[in-house]
Design a protein around this ligand. Structure first.
Ligand SMILES: *[C@@H]1O[C@H](CO)[C@@H](O)[C@H](O)[C@H]1NC(C)=O
Length: 372
């Protein structure tokens, strides 16, 4: 009897364990949880079916979300969850959207504005469960304040504010010249650039060219861009540009012309008396030529303080020699004639008087015979 009772107990126990073994709380995959109140339960009776749902920010990537408790074991869960995608953000005019972090749940995008635009609002937007969270920022065009009104001259258009890239144009009254850029634009830093120009009165100095003279162009006053062309005096030549222009800095551009004495070899005039009477035509700094008559024909000769003296001495000696030869020749001729007349017994006695035709013939023969 006892044995049969024990057997009964055992079989009941076996039956109970086989028929009614509960399941403990099921464990799901990543980023998911039990749906509804099931999450609060500690054990689940045999045959219970539970359903999982993806966490906030995640969506099912497929597979059944439900499992069943059978004799203390859960069937295997097929569903997986993946992060939600926020997709593309709204267009931000004049801005750029940076998705470098990604565009899924929990990622953050950053909006930047193009040059010349200011960002108003929050530049960082988070990808949330319901998509991008937050309103897009706005890229507002930058403004420039007008520059200070110039003392002389004006600009247009005149406004209270100027948008990025807007241009203003300067002008000067007559007789004034704009020194700087005529037009300025509102830059991305909110100021006009380049620098504000000035209206200036340009007045170049009277150009003086040594050994040169005005040839054509302006006679002065020399305002901006006034042009003058020079010519060199006779005996001088230009070594740089003959035409100069009055520049913005009140300086002649290029440099003033230079006149340089022409070397002797290329002059057409020889030792003429008038050439020596032009001492002004000689560059004072170059030669000592005003002292000597040969000066103008040799302006580039090396300075020689004794050159003039020597020349005079030389000329004197030469002249004296010529005179001597002439006198000697005359005397010789007279003596010869006297001898000739004695020999021939002809002639009128004074051999050194004006020669007669006869004498000339005789002399011609004699000169011819004597040879030059
Ligand atoms: C023109 O502007 C430059 C640069 O600002 C300045 O150096 C120059 O003196 C100005 N010229 C005149 C004639 O004012």
């Amino acid at each position: 009897m006892a044995a049969s009772f024990l057997l009964l107990l055992t079989s009941v126990g076996l039956f109970l364990s086989a028929q009614a073994q509960d399941c403990s709380s099921p464990v799901g995959g990543d980023n998911m949880g039990l749906k509804g109140n099931d999450i609060l339960l500690q054990s689940f009776p045999d045959g219970t079916k539970v359903t999982f749902a993806c966490d906030v920010g995640y969506v099912t990537a497929g597979g059944s979300a439900s499992i069943t408790c059978t004799a203390g074991d859960w069937s295997s869960l097929r569903m997986t969850c993946k992060r939600k995608q926020c997709g593309a953000f709204e267009d931000v005019p004049n801005g750029n959207v940076d998705y470098s972090q990604g565009n899924e749940f929990g990622d953050k995008l950053t909006v930047t504005c193009k040059p010349g635009y200011n960002l108003v609002g929050n530049p960082n937007i988070l990808c949330g469960n319901e998509g991008w969270m937050g309103r897009p920022p706005v890229c507002e065009v930058m403004y420039c304040h007008p520059p200070k009104t110039p003392t002389i001259g004006s600009f247009y258009p005149v406004k209270e504010e100027y948008e990025y890239r807007e241009v203003i144009v300067f002008s000067c009254p007559d007789t004034f010249t704009l020194n700087g850029s005529k037009s300025l634009s509102c830059s991305e830093s909110g100021v006009f650039s380049p620098a504000v120009p000035e209206c200036v009165q340009i007045d170049c100095k009277e150009p003086v060219v040594e050994f040169g003279h005005w040839d054509s162009g302006s006679r002065g006053p020399y305002t901006y861009k006034a042009t003058v062309t020079f010519k060199c005096d006779k005996g001088y030549r230009m070594t740089n540009s003959a035409t100069i222009i009055c520049g913005i800095n009140e300086l002649w551009e290029p440099a003033l012309p230079k006149c340089e004495a022409v070397p002797a070899d290329t002059t057409t005039t020889t030792k003429s008396p008038e050439s020596t009477t032009k001492p002004t035509a000689v560059p004072a700094d170059k030669t000592t030529t005003t002292k000597s008559p040969e000066s103008t024909t040799k302006p580039t000769a090396a300075p020689d303080p004794n050159g003039g003296k020597r020349l005079y001495t030389g000329l004197g000696v030469a002249f004296a020699a010529i005179a001597l030869v002439a006198i000697a020749g005359g005397l010789w001729r007279c003596g010869f004639l006297k001898r000739l007349m004695k020999k021939t017994g002809s002639g009128r006695g004074d051999a050194c008087a004006v020669p007669t035709e006869e004498d000339e013939v005789a002399l011609g023969k004699l000169d011819g015979a004597a040879g030059p």
